[in-house]
Design a protein around this ligand. Structure first.
Ligand code: SAM
Ligand code: DTB
Ligand code: SF4
Length: 334
C-alpha cells in the first residue's frame, strides 16, 4: 500500500514503474472482448492492489483562455474554424484565476487545472501562466495546465513555477490521428510529452472515445498510452461531448458499456495511474458513472463546467458520492 501513502503533502503521484510490461493491441482487444463481469472483476482487483477503492480524486477545470483556436481538432468547440457559439475570451487575470481556484478549494477540489485554447503558448502567454501557477500553488492546491504544444524550455519554466501536472492528450490512436486533426501530427504530441517528462513534471495524458472509432482503435489508444515508458501518472478518458457546429457532431454515440470497458482496460494496463472519468459525465447518468468507478476510475472533473461545456453540479456529485459511499481522495494519496 506504499504507493497510496505519499510522504509530501502535495505532488506525490504514484511511481509509475519504468519496467511495466508492454501491451500488444491484440492483448488489449482480448480484454475488451471478455465477458463484462470478468473484465470488471479483473479491473477492480487491479484497482484494489494499488488504491483505496472508495476514494476519488477531485480536479476542477478553468478555461483561462477561451475559443478562437487556430487548430482544427474535429471534436473541439473552441476551434476558430467551426461555428459553435463559444464566445472567445482573452487570457484571464491572475486575480480571476485565484478567485476561481479558491472557490474550487472551498468546494473540496484538491487539484486546479488551467486550460487554454492555444496551439501552444507564446512566451508572453507562458509568463502569465507562470504567475497563475505560482498563485494557485500558494493556495495549497495541486496544479495542472493544458496549454497545447510546448517549445523547448517552456516545460522547465512551468516546473519552476510549481506546476505539478501537464495535460496533453494523444486523443486518438496514431493511425486515426489524421482523421480527427490535420493541423498537427501525432508525433508533435509525443514531442511535447517527452519535454514534459524530461522536465520532471507529472504527465497527464489520455484520449477521447466515441468519435466513431472502432474497438480496435480504442484498444490501440490504450496500448499507446500504456506502452509509454513510463506510462502517464494520470490518464483522462473522455467520452466525446458532441457540440453542434463541430465536425464530429452527429457521430453515433458510443454504447455506454463500451465506455466502461475502455475505463477497465485503462485500469488493467496502467495499474498505478490515476484513471480520470473526464468529459461526458453529464450525459452519462449515475449508474454508468458508478460502473466506471467499479471499473477503476478514481478521478473526476468536479465543478459545473469543463472548459466550455457542462459537467454535473457539485450537489449532484456530492449526492452520488453519498449514494456510492465514495469519499474525496486526500491529495497526498494521489
Ligand atoms: N489546446 C490545448 C490542447 O489541445 O492540448 C489544451 C486544451 S484542449 C481543449 C484539452 C483536451 O480537451 C483535448 O486534448 C481533448 O482531449 C479534450 N476535448 C476537447 N473537446 C472535447 C470534447 N468535445 N469532448 C471530449 N473531450 C474534448
Ligand atoms: C481532458 O482530458 N479533458 C478536459 C481536460 N483534459 C482539459 C477537457 C474536456 C473538454 C470538454 C469540452 C469543453 O468543455 O470544451
Ligand atoms: Fe485548440 Fe486544443 Fe481545441 Fe484543438 S483541442 S482546437 S488545440 S483548444
Amino acid at each position: 500500500m506504499d504507493t497510496i501513502m505519499g510522504t509530501s503533502p502535495l505532488n506525490e503521484a504514484a511511481d509509475v514503474s519504468a519496467d511495466a510490461p508492454r501491451w500488444t493491441v491484440a492483448a488489449i482487444e482480448a480484454l475488451f472482448e471478455l465477458p463484462f463481469n470478468d473484465l470488471l472483476f479483473r479491473a477492480q482487483q487491479v484497482h484494489r492492489e494499488h488504491f483505496n477503492p472508495n476514494a476519488v480524486q477531485l480536479s476542477t477545470l478553468l478555461s483561462i483562455k477561451t475559443g478562437g483556436c487556430s487548430e482544427d481538432c474535429g471534436y473541439c468547440p473552441q476551434s476558430a474554424r467551426y461555428h459553435t457559439g463559444v464566445e472567445n475570451q482573452d487570457t484571464l487575470s491572475v486575480d480571476e484565476v485565484v478567485a476561481a481556484a479558491k472557490l474550487a478549494r472551498e468546494k473540496g477540489a484538491t487539484r486546479f487545472c488551467m486550460g487554454a485554447a492555444w496551439r501552444g503558448p507564446k512566451q508572453r502567454d507562458l509568463d502569465k501562466v507562470v504567475a497563475m501557477v505560482k498563485a494557485v500553488r500558494g493556495l495549497g492546491m495541486e496544479t495542472c495546465a493544458t496549454l497545447g504544444m510546448l517549445k523547448p524550455g517552456q516545460a522547465a519554466q512551468l516546473r519552476d513555477a510549481g506546476l505539478d501536472y501537464y495535460n496533453h492528450n494523444i486523443d486518438t490512436a496514431a493511425d486515426n490521428y489524421a482523421n480527427i486533426i490535420s493541423t498537427r501530427e501525432y508525433g508533435d504530441r509525443i514531442d511535447t510529452l517527452e519535454q514534459v517528462r524530461e522536465a520532471g513534471l507529472h504527465v497527464c495524458c489520455g484520449g477521447i472515445v466515441g468519435m466513431g472509432e472502432t474497438r480496435r482503435a480504442r484498444a490501440t489508444l490504450i496500448a499507446q498510452l500504456a506502452n509509454m515508458d513510463p506510462y502517464p501518472e494520470s490518464v483522462p478518458i473522455n467520452n466525446l461531448v458532441q457540440v453542434p457546429g463541430t465536425p464530429l457532431h452527429g457521430t453515433e454515440a458510443l454504447d455506454p458499456l463500451e465506455f466502461v470497458r475502455t475505463i477497465a482496460c485503462a485500469r488493467i494496463t496502467m495499474p498505478k495511474a490515476m484513471v480520470r472519468l473526464s468529459a461526458g459525465r453529464q450525459e452519462m447518468g449515475d449508474a454508468v458513472q458508478a460502473l466506471c468507478f467499479l471499473a477503476g476510475a478514481n478521478s473526476i472533473f468536479y465543478g459545473e463546467k469543463l472548459l466550455t461545456t457542462g459537467n454535473p453540479d457539485v450537489d449532484n456529485d456530492r449526492a452520488l458520492f453519498e449514494r456510492l459511499g465514495l469519499q474525496p481522495m486526500n491529495p497526498s494519496a494521489s
